[in-house]
Design a binder for this molecule. Sequence first.
Ligand SMILES: Nc1ncnc2c1ncn2[C@@H]1O[C@H](COP(=O)(O)OP(=O)(O)OP(=O)(O)O)[C@@H](O)[C@H]1O
Length: 570
Amino acid sequence: MRSSMSFILKYINKKPWFLLGYATLFLESLTPIIAILLQRDLIDRVFIDRQYQEFSMLILLYSIFFFAPKLLFTVRRVTFYHIGYHLQMSLTKEFLLKVYELPAEIFNKEHVGKLLNNIRNDISDASDVAVNQLMSESVKILLTIIFLSYSIAYISFTMFLVVIAVSVIYYFLLHKFGEKTKQYSQRVREEKSNVSVTIEESISAVREIVAYNRQDWQMKNFENKFHCYFKAILREGLYKTKILFVSEPFLYGTKIIVILFGGMRAISNNVSLGAFVVSFTLVDQLVTELGHLFQQGLMGKRLVASVNCIQSVMGEESTEFGTLEFDSQIDSIQFRNVTFRYSPDSEPILNNLSIDFPIGKKVALVGESGSGKSTIIQLLLRAYSPEKGDISINGVPVHNYGEQYSDKISVVFQQPHFIPSSIKENLVFDKVYQQGEIETICKEMLCHDFIQGFPKQYGTEVGERGTTLSGGQKQRLALSRAILKNTEILILDEATSALDTETEYRVQQNIDKLRQGKTTIIIAHRMSTIQNADFIYVLDKGRVVAQGTHETLMTESLIYKELYTFQQVC
Ligand SMILES: Nc1ncnc2c1ncn2[C@@H]1O[C@H](COP(=O)(O)OP(=O)(O)OP(=O)(O)O)[C@@H](O)[C@H]1O
């Protein structure tokens, strides 16, 4: 638990707030005990010794010390919530930054739903348990236990020894039950995460599920996952009940011992009636607080489980990029003898592949589905590293460049993503462009008219994944975004596949005009899209099998000719 706490502490940036929090917490722990101790004077001096003149003063003091903790509790809560929310925010930010740095293969292993679950549940759970429970509530309980023990020792040392014995036994119980509790908690987390993943998938694939009438199958799938989650919760609950079965009788047994022991001493006049009543109240309170501390100990195990889940992502190795400045113009893009596979036990996708992308030209990659075209793009975007060979720009391995690398390349995929914000925001991101500049590009990409057709025009909100737009509209918007960025390299990976042939032709013409003299790499199954490229690479099973212009390939490459003629026939 110590390592989990030190992990959390790294992200707390509101340390001065602790001062206020702990000052109120100190007073909040002390004041109720003073209120209890005042009861002894109330009984012994007012009721037994009949000093009635002290009655009103003692009642006033009692009321103050009785009500003060309620006020202090509110101040403490607000203070620690403040710390907790800031912790949650900085931890989430760090988590997201880490996700951006992760190598692409993580997203194959770790489901996006799982990552979302980390953000939604584990981070908020860890922040809440660490700050509001362990740093606040546990410290308050510990302080209360110390004050109570001191007060008990002051009244009766023998009772204090009983209390010590109870504490020691509690400590061993916690040790015995703690590890198992952590395991049950972890299991609940995993099952909950599986349920989240299933829900996330059900919603993302809603169209396919309805179209294929798979609702019942999906519900069954969800039921199975939920059943496992429920079973995990049940097991955790049963275990918690088992803990209560052991700890509760032990608590009540202690109270009975104190009544017996204290009562006998009061009967034999060894302690005053007031001292007996107060010491019993103190012990009663102490035993309750020990029970709370025990629960906090189990909470600590919950924290460890949450932190473990967060660390499983935060602990992953980030993709290592260099820091090399990238100010110069691009004059070469080379793949040299590149071999690549997605996982060590699978077949290579690219086989000793060498490509020189001509600079300032429109270059196309064609080949059958699965021949490795998109993989080449992923490697150029540095999402993966090759197993063998080099990928370099201006003779420097691409991984050596720093952040400026991404300013050199823009990319449009077949299914572009948008942030839930306005069309304009999605076009510019954090860059500043004149409205006229944006509109000119949008006109060229044939999306200005449909944007103007929306009631809020460029201020129209697009939902997550651009749900308010059609497939073709999304692609044209994504093209505008990329063209606006005006990078030295533009990659279009099936970027116009959702457009009808005529619109695609017009958009392509305009891209060619705007990208004159700049490097554009294009992948498309529709041969008419790539036909006018300056240079075409034909791929087959991860190798370049032919290269040249459309005219030369039609005479020299059987594969290319077949791809072309087949589409003409269809
Ligand atoms: N993330 C991935 N993890 C594992 N295998 C992958 C991954 N992406 C692609 N592959 C595999 O790599 C091979 C090449 O895929 P790639 O997407 O590069 O081909 P492509 O030529 O672009 O195909 P298409 O024209 O259908 O888009 C395929 O066999 C595919 O199954």
